[in-house]
Design a protein around this ligand. Structure first.
Ligand code: CTP
Length: 396
């Protein structure tokens, strides 16, 4: 969450400006206050009314407007801001900022800005590859408070395909959120398992469960935002974490795949959070061809036990590794959770009761209780999975 954070969004005149309103909306939804500084050209691509309505503030675009009741905006905005994001940054604006030229609302604001500045360039691939442009990017990146984000590859507005696209608003938002979050897990390696597993019965059927992976994805994102190197071993789900350079996703399908992927990363991990809803059993002999209806009232499918990833890691855990498990229960919740805490040699277990309203599969909220090996019990009220992730990481 960015509650209470002040963000200045700078917009320059490129076609990617049509995506900037989405970035503003993401920032506002996360609780940030937003003010916009735009070039005249930017307002050819996105209307002032749109930027004003979404930011909830007047747009600063004309340094000399006679009616301008905030003529020193380029000085007051930097005093107000915790961060500036320039998206899109055109080749022209990059050139000016790299060389200290300040001749409009955006570049004057940039020149007075001492807080962190994130720049998301966008242009044609030939312009992006030009040595003058690359030199300007280097110059900007050398400024201690400035971070230039890469351009993405793909379809460009000019019809060509290449590198020059602005990153998606979600990616720019994630980078901003990371910069504004205290790097309390810097230097730590975090391994997280999440989502369901699928155990094949035949080429068209499998055994699985309702897990969406949302809780584990929220944990992975939050740990990465706090600076950790995160490996997310993710079962089959439509959900994905945002693109963050320090968050690696390993896609798996079965419990055995998940076990093998987790075992690989486990030795280097400092914190291991086992959030996945692993299928406890798999078909003993998955059929090679589709199983046909046999005309009988019932059929017997033989199942064999899957590895218990948590128990395996618990048995191998070193004293400097923290192992956190989840328990999803429908009855005798506390008793079952405490049994799993000790049987699997966990340091902490997060109890999820399906009897609690707001804690269902696929829900955006969760209601959990944390138990640790020191006998502490912490009940958390119903909150978003993102907030649960923050509380769990604070606790660890
Ligand atoms: N877990 C795991 N590997 C398994 C099963 C569970 O790593 N094969 C982990 C889960 O990710 C979770 C914890 O163990 O962190 C408890 O999972 P749960 O399914 O509640 O426990 P089980 O031991 O499978 O017990 P149950 O009989 O209640 O299913």
């Amino acid at each position: 969450m960015l509650t209470g954070k002040h963000v200045v969004v700078g917009v320059s005149g490129g076609i990617a400006a049509y995506k900037t309103p989405l970035l503003i909306r993401l920032l506002r939804t996360a609780g940030a206050e937003v003010k916009v500084a735009a070039t005249r050209n930017a307002l050819e691509f996105v209307t002032e009314l749109t930027l004003q309505t979404l930011s909830g503030n007047k747009v600063y675009s004309d340094v000399f407007a006679p009616t301008n009741d905030h003529s020193t905006e380029h000085v007051s905005l930097p005093d107000w801001a915790d961060m500036m994001i320039i998206a899109p940054a055109t080749a022209n604006v990059l050139g000016k900022m790299a060389n200290g030229i300040a001749d409009d609302a955006l570049t004057t604001t940039f020149l007075a800005m001492a807080c962190p500045v994130l720049i998301a360039p966008a242009m044609n691939e030939k312009m992006y590859a030009h040595p003058a442009l690359q030199r300007n990017l280097l110059t900007l990146n050398e400024m201690a408070h400035v971070t230039v984000l890469p351009c993405a590859e793909g379809f460009l507005a000019c019809g060509a395909t290449g590198t020059g696209r602005m990153l998606e608003p979600e990616e720019i938002f994630a980078a901003a959120e990371k910069q504004l979050t205290e790097q309390s897990l810097q230097g730590r390696r975090v391994l997280i398992t999440a989502g369901p597993t699928q155990e094949k019965i035949d080429p068209v059927r499998f055994i699985s469960n309702y897990s969406s992976g949302k809780m584990g994805i929220a944990l992975a994102e939050e740990a990465a935002l706090r600076g950790a190197e995160v490996t997310l071993v993710l079962g089959p789900t439509a959900m994905r974490p945002p693109h963050l350079p320090n968050l690696r996703v390993v896609d798996v399908v079965t419990a055995i795949d998940m076990h093998d992927a987790a075992m690989k990363t486990f030795p280097e991990a400092d914190i291991i959070i086992l959030c996945a809803a692993v299928a406890d059993y798999r078909a003993a002999r998955p059929a090679i061809e589709k199983i046909k209806r046999a005309g009988q009232d019932s059929m017997i499918l033989e199942l064999v036990e899957n590895p218990d990833i948590a128990a395996t890691l618990g048995a191998r855990k070193r004293s400097n590794q923290k192992l956190i498990g989840f328990a999803l229960e429908t009855n005798d919740e506390e008793e079952n959770a405490l049994k799993k805490l000790s049987a699997k040699h966990l340091d902490m277990i997060v109890l999820n009761s399906l009897r609690q309203e707001g804690a269902a599969f696929g829900c955006d909220t969760n209601v959990v209780t944390l138990y640790d090996t020191d006998g502490r019990k912490t009940e958390l009220p119903k909150m978003s999975k993102t907030d649960v992730a923050k509380r769990i990481l604070d606790y660890i």
